[in-house]
Design a protein around this ligand. Structure first.
Ligand SMILES: O=P(O)(O)OC[C@@H](O)[C@@H](O)c1c[nH]c2ccccc12
Length: 263
């Protein structure tokens, strides 16, 4: 595990311990059962991917590598613009200390549109999965580098139990092998190296050829243009997760449309 990821996960474990102490699992589970019905995340992605690029558009205010990304930050307006621009799904950062995210951003964004929403956070405990569903999230992220096999399986089982999809994030062949021990066949390849924050699309290219049939691959991070997406498509990748490049645009809807080529 890289130092940055280790630091983030250590701080997340403390945060989750505090949250759990304030709100027992039974209470979060009850709230999860009351939440609005799950919107199919993987299904929405695959439906779009059948006819063109399928975009998971991310709502991200800041990041450890880039600092503040967007001043004028309005999650519901962003959600509507992403949907109008043709995105298949949303991703909303909820981690506060490192990404200036918030649970409230996810709730507001999801209410403002009809797209399925990924809770983008560092999952270290199945309790957070119930919490994610209680907030309305339709999918969660499992970062293979951050967890052991037992933890990953437990977190995935909680997601399945709540009818949610899990996007399983890898960055090399060994992590892909571990990801394939899980049930989910929705694999994200992070092109960003968390040691030095460099981006290399080769990471996706290398791994996409190694996966068995039936896997849906999502290329993540550093994608900025239609040309980037076209290059990925030539290697057989049709699903993309894009944050920063869209968050920096004045006209988010037009930028989304231009990125996925629907204008
Ligand atoms: O803003 P970008 O370069 O388009 O990247 C989006 C997304 O891939 C990135 O935010 C991300 C990928 N994996 C993560 C894990 C946690 C937090 C954030 C991420």
């Amino acid at each position: 595990m890289t130092d940055v990821l280790k630091e983030i996960c250590n701080s997340k474990r403390l945060e989750v311990a505090r949250r759990k102490a304030a709100r027992p699992l039974a209470e979060v589970e009850a709230a999860a059962r009351e939440a609005s019905a799950v919107r199919g995340f993987r299904a929405a992605l695959e439906t779009k991917a059948a006819t063109g690029p399928a975009l998971i558009a991310e709502i991200k205010k800041a990041s450890p590598s880039k600092g503040p990304i967007r001043e004028q930050f309005d999650p519901p307006a962003h959600a509507r613009a992403y949907q109008a621009g043709g995105a298949a799904c949303l991703s909303v950062l909820t981690d506060e200390p490192y990404f200036q995210g918030a649970d409230a951003y996810l709730v507001a964004a999801r209410e403002a549109c009809s797209l399925p929403v990924l809770r983008k956070d560092f999952m270290v405990d199945p309790w957070q999965v119930a919490e994610a569903r209680a907030l309305g999230a339709d999918a969660i992220l499992i970062i293979v580098a951050a967890l052991d096999d037992g933890e990953m399986a437990e977190i995935e089982a909680a997601a399945i139990d709540h009818g949610m999809d899990a996007l399983v994030e890898v960055h090399d062949a060994a992590e892909l092998d571990r990801a394939l021990r899980l049930k989910s066949r929705l694999i994200g390849v992070n092109n960003r190296d968390l040691r030095d924050f460099s981006v290399d699309f080769e990471r996706t290219y290398e791994l996409v050829g190694r996966a068995p049939p039936g896997c849906t691959f999502v290329a993540e991070s550093g994608l900025a243009s239609r040309e980037d997406l076209d290059a990925m498509a030539r290697k057989g990748v049709r699903c993309f997760l894009v944050g920063e490049a869209l968050m920096r645009q004045a006209d988010v809807e037009a930028a989304t449309r231009a990125l996925i080529g629907t204008d």
